[in-house]
Design a protein around this ligand. Sequence first.
Ligand SMILES: *[C@@H]1O[C@H](CO)[C@@H](O)[C@H](O)[C@H]1NC(C)=O
Ligand SMILES: *[C@@H]1O[C@H](CO)[C@@H](O)[C@H](O)[C@H]1NC(C)=O
Ligand SMILES: *[C@@H]1O[C@H](CO)[C@@H](O)[C@H](O)[C@H]1NC(C)=O
Length: 127
Amino acid sequence: MKISAVIFTLIGVSSATSWGADCYDEKLDASGLLTANCDAGDGQGTRNATSIDLNKCFGWDGQKIADMPNGNYSESCTDCTLNRLVYRLPIYKKQVWMNCTCGEPAVDAALNTDRTRLDNVYGVLTC
Ligand SMILES: *[C@@H]1O[C@H](CO)[C@@H](O)[C@H](O)[C@H]1NC(C)=O
Ligand SMILES: *[C@@H]1O[C@H](CO)[C@@H](O)[C@H](O)[C@H]1NC(C)=O
Ligand SMILES: *[C@@H]1O[C@H](CO)[C@@H](O)[C@H](O)[C@H]1NC(C)=O
């Protein structure tokens, strides 16, 4: 009983709004358009080609890239790339970071996009 409760808890934590675990082949262009193939959730591994304008999701708050509706981050940030970091401890997880140069004067900035409202909902990216 106890062990299964722990396992369910870990599964719940690791899958919480983590689009990076369900999406593949992600690409980000200079205008902020993210395209990816995301698991449609039909249990058969079907992937849907989906896209979202990340300007609707993120903004530059003067110090960091923030989870911000209609934040228009690309007006302040350039050279943005998506980079997967793999953690093995304490639980295995993949996270997709967005690394950019932002602000005036320009500084390096990074956002863990798996900790934001960006999510895969049955094969459609939303935020
Ligand atoms: C696939 O994604 C597109 C665009 O994001 C969306 O309009 C469409 O409904 C999705 N199709 C399925 C089967 O989820
Ligand atoms: C972002 O751009 C949209 C469209 O140009 C605009 O409606 C919105 O007010 C802008 N948001 C911010 C925070 O500047
Ligand atoms: C992106 O930012 C994260 C967090 O600061 C960092 O660990 C990672 O090395 C960066 N990746 C690249 C390619 O700059």
